[in-house]
Every structure is written in structure tokens, then in C-alpha cells.
Design a protein around this ligand. Sequence first.
Ligand code: GTP
Ligand code: MG
Length: 200
Amino acid sequence: MIITSAKFSTSCPSVDKCPGGEPRHEYAFIGRSNVGKSSLINMLTGQKGLAMTSSTPGKTMLINYFLINDSWYIVDLPGYGYAKRSKTDRDRIDRMIKNYILGREQMTNLFVLIDVRHKPQHIDLEFMQWLGENGIPFSIVFTKLDKLSSLAVKKAIAAYCDVLRESWEELPPIFATSSEDGRGRVALLDYIEELNRLPL
Ligand code: GTP
Ligand code: MG
């Protein structure tokens, strides 16, 4: 798919404030703080400053909508489980994320981002478990591939899949990306294009 336009649309504090009207396909990006959600959105759209990125974790606090090709949305969600946030903030954001995921019917696929350098973390596995239990369609996107050699990437993804197989019979679609060098861009956009063809 070719992206001809990508525009910031709106920021919402809760799912009931998300865009109304005729539903469009939307794809949300989630993962722990600093995993590279906003950077990946910028890489996919080819617009560096579109989603706000930061080396300080916890930057994204709202549900941010970007309208792509005037027809579908990319949604940048706040990172979950950021330890340096107050408990009140963390609980508020966790509730907001979960209400969005459970309540937003046009959310066609959730991309769960995992830093390829990290061993499987309880918080991510538990989150994916929760998605499975609630029947939410999701894919895994490994990020920051440029930080490892290609052999180390292969090993890390294979080891991650081994852990997933302990609780999943069938694995979700898996993508491997780098926002630095653009790896994975075509595969992700092709996947979205395919899903965009399905009726809502
Ligand atoms: P929050 O909004 O705080 O939850 O973070 P986020 O998941 O949106 O992460 P963000 O895109 O802001 O990136 C966090 C840091 O990782 C920034 O310093 C990025 O430059 C860096 N980063 C993100 N993706 C990549 C990547 O593919 N390669 C490299 N080398 N760095 C990356
Ligand atoms: Mg962000």
C-alpha cells in the first residue's frame, strides 16, 4: 500500500470520545513505554514528526488518532505498565486502554510491540493472554531490529516464539521492524491493506 496522506486527527482521553460517525478501519499500536510505538507510526507513514516520540518513557498519555489516505486510522496508544508513573496514573491509563480495546468495534487489529532485545516479559505475555481471552485480534511486532545483528534477531524471535507456544496453540502474525532503517514497513502495510478489504 502506498501512503499518500497521513494527518493527525484527534487525541481522546477515553473511548467514548473517540471519532464517531461512519466507522472506518482502525489499527492500534500498543506495548510497554519506550518500545517504539510512536516511532513505528512515523516510519510507516513516512512522516518523522507525526507521532510524538521521546527518549523519556510515558510520553503518550492519550488515544491519538491519525487519518491515513483519508480512509482509515492509525491509533497510537499510551504504553502500559510504566513503573515511574504514579499508581493513580497507571490505573487510569490501564483502564483507558482496556476500555478502548474492548469497546472499539472498528479496531480491526491491535499491533503489540515487543523490543526484540528483551527476553519475554511477564507483563507482555499476560497482556496477550488477556487479549486472547477476550477474542481481540492482534499481531506481534518486534521493534528495534537495527540494535542487534541479524543472527541475534533470528535467535531472539525464535526464543520468543518458543515461549509463546507454551500457552498458544497457534501463533499470531509476527512482524519484525526497525524504525531506523524501515525494515518491516512493506510487510506491515500490505497486511493492513489486506485487512482494509474486509467489511467492518
Ligand atoms: P511511549 O509513548 O513513551 O510509550 O513510547 P513509544 O513506545 O511511543 O516509544 P518512542 O517511539 O517514543 O521511542 C522511544 C525511544 O526508542 C526513542 O528514543 C526512539 O528514538 C527509540 N526507537 C524507537 N524505535 C526505534 C528503532 O527501531 N531503532 C532504534 N535504534 N531506536 C528506536
Ligand atoms: Mg509514544
